[in-house]
Design a binder for this molecule. Sequence first.
Ligand code: 13P
Ligand code: SF4
Length: 324
Amino acid sequence: MDKEYLAKQQVFISEFFKLRNKQQKLIEEIEKLKKKKKAVILVHNYQLPEIYKIADFIGDSLELSRAATKTKAKIIVFCGVDFMAESAKILNPDKIVLLPVLEAKCPMAGQVKIEELKELQKKHPEAATVCYINTSAETKAISDICCTSANVIEVVNSLPNKKIIFVPDKNLAKYVSRYTNKEIISWPGFCYVHHQFLAQKVREAKNAFPKAEVLAHPECPSEVLDLADYVCSTSQMLKRAKESKAKEFIILTEMGMLERLKMEIPDKKFYTPQAKICIQQKKNRLESVYNSLLFEKYKIAVPEVVRIKAKRALDKMLQVSYAR
Ligand code: 13P
Ligand code: SF4
């Protein structure tokens, strides 16, 4: 083996251990701060594995909303994106809710234009408005009920209205329309991560791994969902992969979910035909969580008039709340 190669390898190994020691130190400091400040850290499934290590709870949007209603902590640090932290604040006005990185914003949540939605509601006064949890507090405030990928079918079918305005994800709207007799008026929004999945790539993956079960997130386009064995939220993927007799799975959602699956079910295999990453979900790092706890930033604030109305939509969802 040549000397230059060995020298490079030594540098790499020493850098690796430096980084690991730094991460370990940060994890210990975060744990101390968490205790001192009576804080809880809620973590979405798409977060980096290093963030899993400081989590009090890891889950999908529905589970995290439920966890936010149950915690007795004074501070909630939300490792996810803006609408998740905002939902926690809507449900917990007396707690401090922190988002470690302000730029961790879900682009789809910003796709609803309030004035345009009000116009649509005026045009269809008989329709109920269902908003995906991936929306702003303002959108939730003018919606009848909220939903997540885990309960969208139950939520839509729980309503007496025959017409539903559904915001903002057109793929999720198309998915739910398969399971209801109601007329769905869909907003033209989408998630830039899931919208990129291609049916052809899924077919190729199925040919390569014919025994694999296909689990897809309902934010994927409908021609992709047609190829799936199960369409489900991120945490429902975990449940299904644990319970299934299958040993291999093709996973159609953001890459971070594969980390959670591999961590929890190390004896099964998980593949993805396209490695898609949500840049916004990946902005949270151990350093930012540490600073967030230390300086209590960035505090989520929702004007009280908006919060009260938005809470109604979230509460209604939590009452329906049959997790699929
Ligand atoms: P889940 O609620 O299924 O975790 O989905 C959240 C999300 O942002 C999907 O892109
Ligand atoms: Fe938003 Fe899509 Fe990222 Fe989920 S994966 S947080 S929907 S951009």
